[in-house]
Write a protein that binds this ligand. Structure first.
Ligand SMILES: [Zn+2]
Length: 134
């Protein structure tokens, strides 16, 4: 099953159906609040405390990549003098997305690598129906 669609739609990395975030992207207060588990397959979104701390590195990497890309682009177009204004504006307006994709990258890449068993079969501890979906 393709993971591209669920990834870009902020869906559960395992079943691709349940939402990951509590709020809509434009609810500026808590745009990166994550649900505790997938409402569909009950995948625990936080396999251990502080799991999403790693999202910081993805966020940082994305911000660096964006800054470099925009700088190069503006340099090539001859507007490099404006880059110091354009870059903070770009970062400010894309921050909600960058934060959310930082968390999604944790769920889609780091989770299956570091918590394989839990990712494939686990359900949240307080969920006892023990049904498996794929
Ligand atoms: Zn799910």
């Amino acid at each position: 099953m393709s993971k591209i669609w669920p990834f870009f739609n902020s869906r559960c990395p395992r079943c691709g159906k349940g939402p990951v975030f509590k709020n809509k992207i434009l609810s500026f207060k808590k745009f990166s609040d994550t649900l505790e588990e997938c409402p569909k397959c009950h995948l625990d979104y936080e396999p251990e405390t502080g799991f999403f701390f790693g999202a910081m590195y993805w966020t940082y990497a994305m911000l660096v990549a964006m800054t470099v890309t925009l700088s190069v682009l503006m340099y090539m177009l001859g507007y490099f003098d404006y880059a110091m204004y354009a870059i903070p504006v770009l970062i400010l307006f894309t921050l909600p997305w960058v934060f959310r994709y930082g968390r999604l990258l944790m769920l889609y890449i780091v989770y299956p690598m570091m918590y394989k068993e839990q990712y494939e079969h686990g359900v949240r501890e307080d969920y006892h129906h023990n049904e498996k979906q794929s």
